[in-house]
Design a protein. Structure first.
Length: 461
């Protein structure tokens, strides 16, 4: 749709952003140094502290904010109703983070110590998702100061990194209070610095464990080798018969039956995105890929499912070689899924296939998230593109996102409102990686982007 000219005071917004920096850095430091690792049961106190810190931030801009208890970690909910006649926008972010271990992972500093290196903000959670959450928050504060006619609600989750197990229950129990006209999510990644991306789809995921036990203890390979079964070797055989490690092609029968192929318009948008294989490799520090064809790589990370092995447990993993036959082994794996694939069906296909290969292997279901498909075009997609152009001076690409956000599927089903993605993270920022960081350049442009988005959305009545 044709956009109305912005009435934002560009110079005033620039001053706001410039003056904001010390406060932004202080707030991000406080959040990062609360180790909100949702999958670590020893961090429950930190999870509660993180939720309270988030409530304090929301109250500071005039929101009614509270924590909602769940069977797991609390959910932070806030709202600012300027006028019941105004449209309502809900901002979703998560403030839980992945685990981090300085020695094992090679962090340059304590991952839960905030380090500001001239506007490069290092620490676990800086880009996933505390930095983008704060950027959107300060965009909302500016919108309120400028009296943009919009109501705001906040859903700041503390279980996203463990699959959002409590999120649906909370939304169903508080459906009336949490009703909204649209949802904004800022937890996605650009193609590259200077190449904004506005995704409209997410892959889902089905994780699983493969377990095999063949003895009561580890035994001497000289005395038993050749006769004793080796559970790790057998599990490796199972994995090799599930997927081709070199090509990535999944061998499980009927795995690809429901894959929704991208449309011609989508593929054309991908081609115009400015995606570069060389830049992609550099940002993720990858020495080589399965393919160096640009179109093939984009399809692999945005439109095709995967089968990935994340870890092998069992046997001896210290220095040198300890000549034993292990008693048991475990493979940790997941399958990223694309629109139209159903996690339950995919797990059943995996289970049946493994049973035919090796009946002794246990297949245990882990995290499950459905894929998400949003709007490729329409007023909200147009608003997102216009806002990114305003904030960063570059036309964004319409892409799919290779990752998964379980809460998005839940909000689509329960809130039944349009969902827009305005992410700020860059590939080199290191989602889930050691030495994760965020930067002031993305935050500064992001605040302007959000201000413009809110201005546009406020006119949708």
């Amino acid at each position: 749709m044709p956009m109305e000219k912005s009435t934002l005071d560009a110079q005033g917004l620039e001053r706001y952003v410039t003056n904001l920096r010390p406060e932004f850095e202080h707030a991000l430091a406080r959040l990062v140094e609360i180790p909100t690792v949702s999958m670590d049961p020893e961090r429950r106190g930190a999870m509660r502290a993180g939720a309270e810190a988030a409530c304090e931030l929301l109250r500071a801009i005039g929101a009614e904010a509270r924590t909602i208890d769940t069977p797991g970690h609390p959910l932070v909910f806030g709202k600012i109703i300027q006028n019941p006649a105004y449209p309502t926008l809900t901002l979703y972010n998560h403030i839980d983070v992945q685990p981090a271990d300085r020695e094992k992972e090679g962090w340059r500093h304590d991952p839960f110590r905030f380090v500001n290196d001239g506007g490069k903000y290092s620490g676990r959670g800086t880009t996933d998702d505390k930095g983008p959450a704060l950027t959107a928050y300060y965009g909302i504060r500016y919108a309120l100061q400028q009296k943009i006619p919009l109501n705001f609600k906040f859903l700041w989750e503390l279980e996203e990194e463990i699959g959002s197990p409590s999120f649906a229950g909370v939304l169903k129990a508080h459906a009336e209070e949490m009703a909204t006209d649209s949802v904004l999510v800022s937890d996605t990644i650009w193609i590259a610095r200077g190449r904004p991306a506005s995704p409209y789809a997410l892959r889902g995921v089905q994780a699983a464990l493969l377990q095999l036990e063949t003895g009561a203890k580890d035994v001497h390979s000289g005395l038993t080798g050749g006769a004793a079964r080796n559970p790790i070797a057998e599990l490796m055989d199972v994995v090799a018969r599930c997927a081709d490690a070199k090509s990535g092609r999944i061998k499980i029968p009927h795995f690809y039956d429901d894959v929704a192929k991208p449309t011609k318009q989508e593929l054309e948008s991908f081609e115009r995105s400015g995606f570069s294989v060389a830049e992609y490799k550099r940002a993720h520090e990858l020495k080589s890929l399965r393919s160096n064809d640009k179109t093939d790589v984009m399809r692999r990370i945005w439109t095709l499912p995967t089968f990935e092995v994340h870890g092998v447990v069992g046997g001896y993993s210290g220095r040198g070689v300890k000549t034993i036959v292990p008693q048991k082994g475990e493979i940790k794996l997941s399958m990223r899924l694309v629109p139209n694939q159903k996690p339950a069906k995919i797990f059943k296909l995996l289970q049946d296939h493994v049973r035919k290969i090796n009946r002794d292997v246990k297949v245990i279901k882990e995290n499950t998230l459905e894929p998400y498909m949003g709007e490729f075009s329409g007023p909200y997609a147009d608003a997102a593109r216009e806002a990114m152009q305003y904030g960063f001076g570059a036309k964004p690409a319409l892409t799919r996102e290779g990752g998964s956000i379980g809460a998005v599927v839940t909000m689509q089903k329960i809130l039944k409102a349009p969902i827009t993605f305005l992410g700020l993270s860059l590939p080199e920022h290191g989602y889930h990686a050691p030495n994760e960081f965020y930067d002031w350049g993305q935050a500064a442009g992001g605040v302007k982007m959000f201000a413009r988005y809110f201005e546009i959305i406020s006119r949708m009545r």
